[in-house]
Design a protein around this ligand. Structure first.
Ligand SMILES: *Cc1c(COP(=O)(O)O)cnc(C)c1O
Length: 458
């Protein structure tokens, strides 16, 4: 039996949501070119498109918004955020950015030259896009277990150290501007990385003098997984564990829209003063002055508070328990998901549910469309729509190893009955799954195409 942990909060303000009729959903989906990103949010009943910027802020964060200091330079809210960043991450040098990809853009612009390669466990789509936009090549070196949806390895976000060492030897240090790792591994199922692995990754990069960056937007969820799954960490606080993670790194960037539970924000922190100077110059050119980086003072205040709340262990137990509940109820109904459940989302194995739809016709897209038609639920495809690309040498299409649909769970936003409705919708779809058809593109841009592409049914 799946257990739903009671929320460690109660509701003080509500936002109405509405399930529009089936005919209205059909019309809305057609008008959106079958791309769920193009739907009006008002036409969505339960929005599991992303956990990014969709969380509910706390009373403390809203109170902080009122206290935000809007001074252009050196604002009080910036000082507060600096203290929290120093305390939680252990970095003295950091800049706020408007979101994670702004930090990625600055880093890629400064460090990547055409032809260079950047290793990670798995890069997320915006990271990939920013590396490719500078002529670089993102390389994914996650352990093989990550590609087996049923393998219940406790840390499927881990990097394969043998693959990493071989990669560095073959590529040459001069062609690797920095090494990274994503915690938790979003593109691979929101799976955590163990402290043991983080230490081995850091050692490997440092042995070759390669700077080590953590893409850390779900660092608190990762820290809680370490606490509950890794021997030796049960008695440590998530805060101590987070600090131990960041002590291994030379830099980190964060989309604060995830574990800092704010609706907008990000940051980029480094230890190298020279690199920091260059970052500041880029920031001023693209984002804003060093002490606000494209955010309002009130956003900095909410971010500082959210970073601490995101580390609260009662909250994290509920948060990861909610995700596990949804995953386990789907499994009980014979719907394959990436196991064990990850942190921020449940990743449904669309390839396995719809074997009659080939990767070139986007089984994940077919399942996403069905979820909307059946229950007004918005999800996101993480499969060939997002990641298939022509091989640079042969020109042949390379498809990702898994065709997934991600049900991302906004933080502190939906209740158990919302999750139960999602489960029942899946059960209905499964009964008629053989009738689902694939899709083909009618429009697709070259980079980050999933955001704006359009489809027609095959
Ligand atoms: C969300 C995300 C990003 C990008 O952050 P944005 O705030 O959306 O720009 C980068 N990496 C990972 C792993 C993410 O999940």
């Amino acid at each position: 039996m799946s257990i739903y942990p009671p929320e460690p909060f109660r509701i003080k303000m509500v936002e109405p949501v509405r399930l529009i009729s089936r005919a209205e959903r059909e019309a809305a989906l057609r008008a959106a070119g079958y791309n769920l990103f193009a739907l009006n949010a008002e036409d969505v009943f339960i929005d599991l498109l992303t956990d990014s910027g969709t969380g509910a802020m706390s009373q403390e964060q809203w109170a902080g918004m009122m206290r935000g200091d809007e001074s252009y330079a050196g604002a009080r809210s910036y000082q507060r955020l600096s203290r929290v960043v120093r305390d939680v991450f252990g970095f003295d040098l950091f800049v706020p950015t408007h979101q994670g990809r702004a930090a990625e853009n600055i880093l890629a612009n400064l460090l990547i030259k055409p032809g260079m390669k950047v290793p990670s466990n798995m890069h997320f789509d915006t990271t990939e896009g920013n590396i490719r936009a500078r002529g670089g090549l993102p390389v994914n070196l996650v352990i093989d277990e990550a590609y087996d949806p049923q393998n219940r390895h406790p840390f499927k976000g881990n990097m394969d150290i043998a693959k990493l060492t071989a990669f560095i030897e073959q590529t040459g240090v001069e062609n690797i501007p920095f090494g990274s790792i994503t915690v938790t591994n979003n593109a691979g199922g929101g799976q955590p990385v163990s402290m043991e692995n983080l230490r081995a990754v850091a050692d490997t990069y440092h042995r070759y003098n390669i700077p080590f960056f953590i893409d850390c937007c779900r660092f608190a969820e990762n820290a809680y997984f370490i606490k509950t799954r890794e021997p030796g960490y049960a008695a440590k606080s998530t805060r101590e564990i987070a600090r131990e993670m960041f002590d291994l790194a030379d830099g980190t960037w964060m989309s604060a829209k995830k574990d800092a539970i704010v609706n907008i924000g990000g940051l980029l922190a480094v230890r190298d003063p020279q690199l920091f100077q260059q970052i500041c110059n880029q920031l001023i050119l693209r984002e804003g002055f060093i002490s606000y980086g494209g955010l309002a003072g009130r956003d900095l205040e909410a971010l500082a508070i959210g970073l601490e709340e995101g580390l609260d262990e009662d909250y994290l137990a509920y948060r990861l328990g909610q995700t596990a509940y949804l995953a386990n109820r789907l499994l009980e109904g014979g719907i394959g998901v990436i196991e064990p459940p990850g942190g921020h989302a449940v990743y449904v194995d669309a390839g396995r549910l719809l074997p009659h739809i080939p990767p070139a016709e986007f089984p994940g897209q077919a399942l996403s469309a069905a979820l909307y038609l059946e229950g007004g639920i918005r999800s996101v495809e993480i499969g060939s729509v997002m990641f298939a690309h022509p091989d640079p040498e042969s020109g042949k299409m390379v498809h990702p190893r898994l065709e997934l649909v991600r049900l991302a769970i906004p933080r502190r936003t939906y209740t158990q009955s919302h999750m139960d409705f999602v489960v029942e919708t899946f059960y209905k779809i499964k009964e008629n799954k053989d009738a689902l058809r694939g899709f083909r593109f009618t429009y697709a841009p070259e980079l980050l195409r999933h955001f704006t592409c359009r489809f027609e049914p095959v």
